[in-house]
Structure formats: structure tokens, C-alpha cells
Design a binder for this molecule. Structure first.
Ligand code: DX5
Ligand code: ZN
Length: 220
């Protein structure tokens, strides 16, 4: 299977989420990345589970990929599952009981993901490889869209692909932060399965469809 694109609603017009999500899905993509920020784990605030609940009937085919940039993420599993999330990703740095949190996400019927801040090594996941469906490699410090790409963090994509092979694991590798026409192809070559893109899609001067098409073109 080819690389999946996950358009990130953070960069969409917040007054027109429904319309913008539908425009992204009309290109043939299926994932929608939902960035939840609490003003504590990251210095910014976004939105909660109600956004997923409201988009669900408008985008019945969408895979809602929820990225929790919050402290105590275990408190928010249930509301996001109830709202219709398909994948829930928590930060390695935000929960001391990572295995328990991942198990709770799976038990609730969702794909369980862990996000790694740029400074967090992939080795921290060694003992939860069997509990994981998704690893989200942050190539910017989480909190804002439109930041500069950190090549040092992107090196983890290849390292995780190797770790996955060595361990016989099957998690998807996702990359989040400054995915654009310059960075996308290299990330896919290194082993990324999912590319999250905010600005490159929703801030494309010719619109959402052109943003997706430009990324698809470099991905070949
Ligand atoms: C950043 C978020 C990203 C954000 C990426 O904290 O996790 O998902 O939308 O934005 P771009 O693609 O603009 O770097
Ligand atoms: Zn994100």
C-alpha cells in the first residue's frame, strides 16, 4: 500500500471545518488528523471531542486520527472514542503509564498511537512495541502549524522502520510537522506510512485539492 496522507485540520479555516474536511476527503484521501491541545502540554489551545462528533456525519468515510497534545491523556480516551475517533495518539512524554494508556485505547476499539517529541528517542518504545498500532514522529515541537522542519527528528523514521523489522512488529510510522513538497518524498523513502500535513494542504494558494495533488505528485 502507498503512503497515506492525513490532512491536519489545525491549518484549516476554523470557521469552516466541515467544508474544509470534505474538500480534503474529496481528493480521495481518507484520514483526517485532529490536533487537540490543552495549553499545558503545549502552549496552545485548540478544540475537543465535539469537533469529531460534529464532523462525523459530514464525513462518514473519514478515519479520524486524533493527536492528543495534552497532559493526562488517559482522561480523554473515552470522550474521543464516544465521539467517533478511529486512532488515538498520546505523547510518550505526557503519561507515566504508557502501556496502560495504550491498552485502554485498544480496548476501546481504536488504533493506539504514541507521539515522540523531537528530543525523545525511539528506544523509549522498546517495551511497548506489541501494544502499538502507530508511532507519530514529530518533526517540529508540537503546538503550532507552519514551523520549520527538524531533520534531526526525521532520522527517527528510518530508525523506527529498522526497530519494527528487528522486533517483527507491525505499527505504522506517521510523521507530523512541516510535511510539504520538499520533505514528503524523503520521509516516504525512509519508511513513513502516514504523512500528516497541515499548511501544505490547507494553506496551498490554489486550494485544498491542489495542496493534496502537489504532495501526491512528489510521492509518485
Ligand atoms: C503541530 C501539529 C501538527 C500541525 C502540523 O503541533 O501536531 O499536526 O498541524 O502543521 P504543519 O503541517 O503546518 O507543519
Ligand atoms: Zn498533529
Amino acid at each position: 500500500m502507498g503512503v497515506l496522507l492525513a490532512p491536519s485540520l489545525l491549518a484549516a479555516d476554523h470557521a469552516r471545518f466541515g467544508e474544509q474536511a470534505q474538500a480534503a476527503l474529496a481528493t480521495g484521501e481518507h484520514w483526517l488528523h485532529v490536533d487537540v491541545m490543552d495549553g499545558r502540554f503545549v502552549p496552545n489551545l485548540t478544540f475537543g471531542a465535539e469537533v469529531v462528533r460534529a464532523l462525523k456525519p459530514l464525513c462518514p468515510e473519514a478515519v479520524f486520527d486524533v493527536h492528543l497534545m495534552v497532559v493526562e491523556p488517559e482522561r480523554y480516551i473515552e470522550p474521543f472514542v464516544a465521539a467517533g475517533a478511529h486512532a488515538i495518539t498520546v505523547h510518550q512524554e505526557a503519561t507515566p503509564h504508557l502501556q496502560r494508556t495504550l491498552a485502554a485505547i485498544r480496548e476501546a476499539g481504536c488504533l493506539a498511537g504514541v507521539a515522540l517529541n523531537p528530543a525523545t528517542p525511539p528506544e523509549t518504545l522498546r517495551y511497548v512495541l506489541g501494544d502499538l498500532d502507530l508511532v507519530l514522529v514529530m518533526t517540529v515541537n508540537p503546538g503550532f502549524g507552519g514551523q520549520a522542519f527538524l531533520p534531526s527528528a526525521a532520522r527517527k523514521v528510518g530508525e523506527l522502520a529498522q526497530l519494527r523489522t528487528e522486533a517483527g512488529a507491525s505499527f505504522k510510522i506517521s510523521v507530523d510537522g512541516s510535511v510539504n513538497v520538499k520533505t514528503a518524498a524523503g520521509l516516504a523513502r525512509d519508511g513513513a506510512d502516514v504523512l500528516v500535513a497541515g499548511s501544505a494542504i490547507f494553506n496551498h494558494p490554489e486550494g485544498v485539492a491542489a495542496g493534496v495533488a502537489a504532495l501526491r505528485e512528489v510521492l509518485g
